[in-house]
Design a protein around this ligand. Structure first.
Ligand SMILES: O=C(O)C1=C[C@@H](OP(=O)(O)O)[C@@H](O)[C@H](O)C1
Ligand SMILES: C=C(OP(=O)(O)O)C(=O)O
Length: 425
């Protein structure tokens, strides 16, 4: 994929629906009684993997032009899948569905692509096993393929060593099938979409600090879910708008849940001109984001903010390379176990562009403001890496090529069309 330089980004953009919320709407809709109607659903490959898994367990899911209809069968309505469940590239599908499958009365098997086959699943197998689940990593390496024999589950309190919404959600979902109150404490608060949406569907989830608890056997009712724009997708246009000279763009209806919106805080710390308009606090909070070209300066990104912007760090690293001064990113060791090792891959590719960057065990140190030029970038089939460098390519001089650039289909199928929709024609 060849990337062209752009100037004067102007206009309005609606980014695709939130990936995390789209996955959950399909899953919880499948376990609810009645029909769940999902609007602005993300038609990315990851969310389509979730649809395919639930269809294989007997759930009828209709894909209409502007909405998805999930005809749920209740908490105990899934049927044994005839074939293995293909989770594709999606960590969210794998970890959340495992919590559900652990409590079923049937056996199931999960497998996916080469990337998901390297991602750690012990982090969910350990708490699920403590609840009485029977899960085996078929290759004995703690990764998929996973074989799950559904069992009667016991309620536990789980102290998670990682701030991960996928681990938290997995345990809470298993807790729906347990014999008492199940709770999870995490070191920092991760995204709380599961807690919000399960309650909306009729479950009883309470949150106190970094602990979330769920009562068993909820009666979930089908609902209308309006998926907000994905702030992780908006991140590319926030960065492009801030860094491209002569820009003023409006990103409509973006989710700004505080457990997800750390990118906005970091941008403000870097000196960004961002205005929040039309804020709504009904359900998941949303706003329109007005982005204007800004002179950015370096900052420090660490601690509790990390889980609230974990997927945006590749884009933040690129912004930091264009900003003046030094940016330090710490406490982000989770980046090593995403679709690629995002510390190594960002450092390797930013160096190719001429950046002064160094990887650390848990992040990066970027001395910004060096002249950057186009390069051949290896996305390592990681959608966030491809999109971050595509944005970089619209700003820097010289030709930029992204290898395996089509991996953007995982979370943003129309990314390149949208990227070129705002610049001078
Ligand atoms: O729960 C979710 O929807 C997600 C949680 C995060 O993963 P972790 O839970 O592994 O941090 C994030 O990186 C992923 O893109 C989506
Ligand atoms: C890490 C990501 O997703 P997942 O864990 O669902 O594969 C991501 O989208 O950046």
């Amino acid at each position: 994929m060849e990337i062209k330089k752009q100037t004067n980004l102007r206009g309005t953009l609606t980014v695709p629906g939130d990936k995390s919320i789209s996955h959950r709407a399909v899953m919880f809709g499948s376990l609810a009684k009645g029909t769940t109607c999902i609007s602005h659903f993300l038609e990315g490959a990851d969310c389509l993997s979730t649809i395919s898994c639930f269809r294989k367990m007997g759930i009828s899911i209709e894909r209409r032009k502007s909405e998805i209809l999930v005809h749920g069968k209740g908490l105990h309505g899934l049927s044994a899948p005839e074939a293995l469940l293909d989770v594709g590239n999606s960590g969210t599908t794998t970890r959340l569905i495992s919590g559900i499958l652990a409590g079923q009365k049937f056996i199931s098997e999960l497998d996916g692509d080469d990337s998901i086959r390297t991602r750690p699943m012990k982090r969910i197998v350990t708490p699920l096993a403590s609840m009485g689940a029977d899960i085996t990593s078929k290759r004995g390496n703690g990764c998929v393929p996973l074989l799950i024999h559904g069992k009667e589950l016991h309620a536990v309190h789980y102290d998670s060593p990682v701030a991960s919404a996928q681990v938290k959600s997995c345990v809470l979902l298993a807790g729906m099938y347990a014999d008492g109150v199940t709770s999870v404490t995490e070191p920092f608060l991760s995204r709380n979409h599961t807690e919000i949406m399960l309650n909306y569907f009729g479950a009883n989830v309470t949150s106190e600090g970094t602990t979330a608890s769920i009562l068993p056997e909820p009666v979930l009712e089908g609902r209308a879910v309006k998926v907000p724009g994905d702030i992780s997708s908006a991140a590319y246009f926030i960065a492009a708008g801030l860094l491209t000279p002569g820009s003023e763009i409006l990103l409509k209806n973006v989710g700004i849940n505080p457990t997800r919106a750390g990118m906005l805080k970091v941008c403000m710390d870097m000196g960004a001109d961002i205005t929040l308009l039309n804020q709504s606090t009904e359900g998941e909070p949303t706003a329109d984001l007005l982005i204007r070209t800004s002179n950015l300066k370096g900052t420090t990104v660490e601690g509790a903010v990390i889980p609230t912007l974990i997927d945006e760090i590749p884009m933040i690293a690129v912004m930091a390379a264009f900003a003046d001064g030094t940016t330090v990113i710490r406490d982000a060791q989770e980046l090593k176990v995403k679709e690629s090792d995002r510390i190594t891959v960002m450092v390797e590719n930013l160096k190719r562009m001429g950046a002064d960057i160094e990887g650390t065990d848990d992040g990066m140190i970027i001395h910004g403001g060096k002249p950057l030029h186009g390069a051949t970038i290896d996305s390592h089939l990681d959608h966030r890496v491809a999109m971050s460098f595509a944005v970089a390519g619209t700003i820097c001089d010289g030709s930029m090529e992204i290898l395996h650039g089509d991996c953007v289909k995982i979370s943003y199928p129309n990314f390149y069309q949208d990227l070129y929709s705002l610049g001078d024609k």
